[in-house]
Ligand binder design. Structure first.
Ligand code: KG4
Ligand code: ZN
Length: 337
């Protein structure tokens, strides 16, 4: 049995996990930086990097201790080296390289977005490939054809904002704070999703593309009118709940429709969903209903595996089995490779 140490530092969660080559997760530790970034209304890259520097070694220690192993037991180090904030990724990549060299064990680099889809494989406990992968996070909204765990062909992506980014920005417009996704979801529970007819970009278009920037602007105008230069306090009460519910309904409608179109176009019979926005209950239930109608199998991991974590870096096991190791010159790559 080989023990893997997985490391994740791509954005604002410092995470480490221990898993084995049969994909058993022995521990998964996440130190969230939400409190540090909240007063800025979003993730501040420099603050994120510094917090990773402070938190990573204690988080690794905790992951090893919860798994009941020591550093000498680690047989492979896995790290997300792309995509993400470059300074944040660098902390994880540097630590992973140092550990791999110091312990004399292989280093495996994994793609954070591919790992989000692999989280579905981890949670299911069985093969999920070939599948259509939907990744909906703060940085990404994209559909992929995944023939196996290590192959991802882009089927469609966003032209501008990611869905999670739109949630975060709409939360700021509505005065709901950071992080926006869970706050908008809570607010939407008391609202009418039909109160505002917000735009649904490319909904009836055969192209598998997304755009959330116009939707965000529509919410802004619905709040304040077009005179946005004036400092106006955010809406409150029922109006705010209705805006949140109508915004969320538009995002869910677009994501579910594009998944349906992509399933039909690719003839894939499985849909695997990952990324922070997949924690949204409205999205989860709408995807369930659509997949049932389409006769497709839906995989969405439990909430703990939806948002950023290091357990999903168990994708590294697939590379390790094929001896696809990284070299000591491994770099952090902010853009999707
Ligand atoms: O995957 P993730 O943890 O980090 C990135 O790789 O970006 O995703 C974070 C994103 C944020 O934009 C956050 O607002 C959104 O996921 N999110 C949600 C929910 N929980 C997190 N969006 C909608 N509903 C939620 N419940
Ligand atoms: Zn992510």
């Amino acid at each position: 049995m080989t023990y893997f140490l997985g490391i994740e530092t791509s954005c604002d969660e410092t995470a480490a996990a221990v898993f084995t080559d049969d994909l058993t997760v022995l521990s998964s530790v996440i130190a969230s930086q939400t409190d540090l970034h909240a007063r800025f209304g979003g993730v501040v890259p420099e603050i994120a990097s510094r917090a990773h520097l402070r938190n990573l070694l204690p988080v690794i220690d905790e992951a090893l201790s919860r798994a009941g192993i020591g550093t000498a037991d680690i047989g492979c180090v896995a790290v997300h080296n792309t995509p993400g904030l470059v300074g944040a990724l660098l902390v994880g990549v540097s630590a992973a390289k140092m550990l791999s060299l110091g312990l004399g064990v292989p280093l495996v680099a994994v793609n954070h977005v591919a790992s989000h889809i692999f989280a579905c494989r981890l949670a299911a406990g069985r093969d999920i490939y070939p599948c259509l992968g939907l990744v909906v996070s703060g940085g990404h909204t994209a559909l992929f054809r995944c023939d196996n765990a290590l192959s991802m062909d882009l089927v469609g992506g966003t032209r501008d904002d990611a869905a999670g980014e739109a949630f975060d920005k709409v939360a700021a417009i509505l005065g709901l704070g950071f992080p926006g996704g869970p706050a908008v979801e809570r607010e939407a529970a008391a609202g009418d999703p039909k109160a505002y007819a917000f735009p649904r970009a490319f909904l009836d278009d055969a192209r598998l593309e997304f755009s959330f920037s116009g939707l965000k602007t529509a919410v802004l105008y619905a709040c304040h009118g077009q005179n946005v230069a004036k400092a106006i306090p955010p809406p409150a009460g029922q109006k705010r709940a209705d805006l949140a519910a109508s915004f969320q309904a538009a995002v869910v409608d677009v994501l579910v429709t594009k998944c349906k179109q992509a399933l039909r176009k690719t003839s894939l019979a499985r849909l695997a969903v990952g990324g922070g926005v997949s924690a949204n209950k409205g999205l989860r239930s709408a995807l369930e209903a659509m997949c049932e109608k389409e006769g497709a199998e839906l995989f969405i991991p439990p909430l703990s595996l939806c948002t950023d974590n290091a357990a999903m870096a168990a994708l590294a096991v697939e590379k390790w089995k094929r001896s696809k190791f990284a070299t000591p010159d491994l770099d952090a790559e902010p853009n999707f490779l």
